[in-house]
Design a protein around this ligand. Sequence first.
Ligand SMILES: N[C@@H](CCC(=O)N[C@@H](CS)C(=O)NCC(=O)O)C(=O)O
Length: 248
Amino acid sequence: MLELHHAGLSSCSKKSRLCLKEKGLTYTSHYLDLFKFEHRQPRYLELNPNGVVPTLVHDDKVIIESTVINEYLDEVFPDPPLKPADPSGRARMRVFTKMADEFALPALRVPVWTRFRLAQFQAMDEREFEGVVERTPIIEHRLRLRALRAGGFSDEAFKEAFARMEYVYDRCERTLADGPYLAGEMFTLADIAMLPYVDAFTGLRPELIASRARVRDWHERMMARPAVQQTFSPSSEAPEIRLAPARS
Ligand SMILES: N[C@@H](CCC(=O)N[C@@H](CS)C(=O)NCC(=O)O)C(=O)O
């Protein structure tokens, strides 16, 4: 039995939900409301000590980290394959799954946390806020929560986030000159990993994609896939997330 603990339309949740749907796997969905900090409840922290989503439970095995979850799913359920057959293709794929985790996600956190958490944190009293910080296992996140509540992320942090994402778009644009997908000729975990970030940044900064024809074409092709449409549209397992207006 497969169970996914996730937050619906959050980028990391989309990654693993998309992988499950591309493979046609059925799973029990456990939606966690991040706004209510359901991902910081002791029972969930037992599954995922980082207090983040998603988490996959497969029978008696608990798998965390969206990229690791997707690699696990592809190993255990190899049809259809989502990894190139050759080692160099897999290496190329992993360059992009790593880039999604190390560049794209941290870049997206700056605008998304601002829209999702700033007003919430500023409305909390000191005790309530410190309770949230205490239940946040990742030290780097604690520092960011404090910076956010103290007045929002700096202009410098926004600039850095957009520069990181621009770098990611440039890498994708160059790579897509060699084939229709990020790892070459086949749709892989690289496309799954990058799509939620490219899609989110495209919403925030349309000019990033407007000036990169190959990324634009890739994004359009990806968004037309039935599994992507099911994953990215609000649904009973993925309700709309309330966000404050974007700041540029
Ligand atoms: N490297 C982790 C990152 C997970 C992560 O940061 N998830 C976000 C959603 S995209 C989350 O749980 N955010 C809630 C929070 O930090 O309060 C993964 O890919 O699974």
